[in-house]
Design a protein around this ligand. Structure first.
Ligand SMILES: [Zn+2]
Ligand SMILES: [Zn+2]
Length: 223
């Protein structure tokens, strides 16, 4: 398959043929349909976040399931999916508590293994990590959700506890900052909080969104 590769820290990025990713029993290989470019990719390229070389970056992606590991029960070829920036192991206490971003066995396409600047990418612990895309959502829109939008969403809701009618100040409008502005100035679908919390608990990963009693954020945009 074709992929973007760098062979040295800070070295040139080259598009060339590389082997397709293998598919472990708990993993899924996706055909990448869209991928974002993130500051975190730059950190890996510059050596701030060490990766094995040669390396294929890319961790903000959406695509179609191409191959499914023998132990995966929730996904089949053809499913449209995305995944979070940090993929948990799915079995440890942190993952069970809904905190896979601090899972000691976490994996990150584009860091712990080759990423999505390629025709295919591997997602490990696929039953735990993959999120099904609604039919109305484009791959391009979905590719941004797992990293920048999810980070901004948690910052506004879990940490900032932004409520309707409040002012929101965002300092630094990169990917995360622009996502925070987007979320803070538009209603958030009520299903989002439900999906974020329940994905790591009882709500089946392949069951799709459902309505939540959590009130949506409301527009607070002001001149
Ligand atoms: Zn990112
Ligand atoms: Zn874990």
């Amino acid at each position: 398959m074709r992929a973007v590769v760098f062979d040295s820290v800070g070295g040139p990025l080259e598009v060339r043929d590389v082997p397709e990713p293998g598919c472990p029993p708990d993993g899924v290989v996706l055909d990448v349909r869209a991928t974002g470019v993130c500051r975190s990719d730059w950190h890996a390229w510059r050596g701030h976040d060490p990766v094995a070389l040669p390396h294929v970056p890319g961790h903000e992606f959406a695509g179609v399931v191409a191959r499914v590991g023998a132990d995966v029960t929730s996904w089949r070829p053809g499913d449209r999916v995305t995944a979070p920036f940090v993929c948990g192991c799915g079995v440890c206490a942190y993952c069970g508590a809904g905190d896979p971003q601090v899972c000691p066995g976490q994996t990150q396409p584009g860091f712990t293994h080759h990423g999505s600047f390629a025709e295919q990418v591997l997602v490990r612990a696929a039953d735990f990590n993959l999120v099904r895309l609604p039919g109305s959502m484009s791959f391009v829109a979905a590719a941004g959700l797992g990293c920048r939008v999810a980070t901004a969403y948690r910052a506004l809701t879990a940490h900032g506890r932004l409520a309707a009618g409040e002012w929101l100040a965002v300092h630094g409008c990169g990917g995360v900052g622009l996502s925070a502005v987007l979320l803070g100035t538009h209603s958030v679908p009520a299903s989002w909080p439900s999906m974020c919390r329940r994905r790591h608990r009882s709500w089946p990963a392949n069951a799709g969104p459902r309505r939540s009693s959590t009130p949506p954020l409301r527009a607070t945009s002001r001149p």
